[in-house]
Design a protein. Structure first.
Length: 118
């Protein structure tokens, strides 16, 4: 069982930046693909970005390309989501997800709230 903990959410004005972190205590986390998903009020959870364990492969939703960057520091057992040029429509609870491949992610964190004011 992998326990994922997100942090870094908060309130920011439109155009601002935030960096989210996803950490795990288990060292197997370094061998897992990790993704970020988000769920806005009244909407379904959606994919945001993902990164392979080796950092060789990253994917982004079209809505965040050019603004968000996913990265990882395996020495710190942490995956980051750098969010720049934030928009009010980025307001959501952001969840970390991890698993043995980009297509199999079976662990979820509890989420961190990001609120972007206009």
């Amino acid at each position: 069982q992998v326990q994922l903990v997100e942090s870094g959410g908060g309130l920011v004005q439109a155009g601002g930046s935030l960096r989210l972190s996803c950490t795990a205590s288990e060292r197997t986390f370094t061998t897992y693909a990790v993704g970020w998903f988000r769920q806005a009020p009244g909407k379904e959870r959606e994919f945001v970005a993902a990164i392979s364990w080796s950092r060789s492969n990253t994917n982004y939703a079209d809505s965040v390309k050019g603004r968000f960057t996913i990265s990882r520091d395996n020495a710190k057992n942490t995956v980051y989501l750098q969010m720049n040029s934030l928009k009010p429509e980025d307001t959501a609870v952001y969840y970390c997800r991890a698993g043995p491949s980009m297509n199999i992610m079976n662990y979820w964190g509890k989420g961190t709230l990001v609120t972007v004011s206009s």
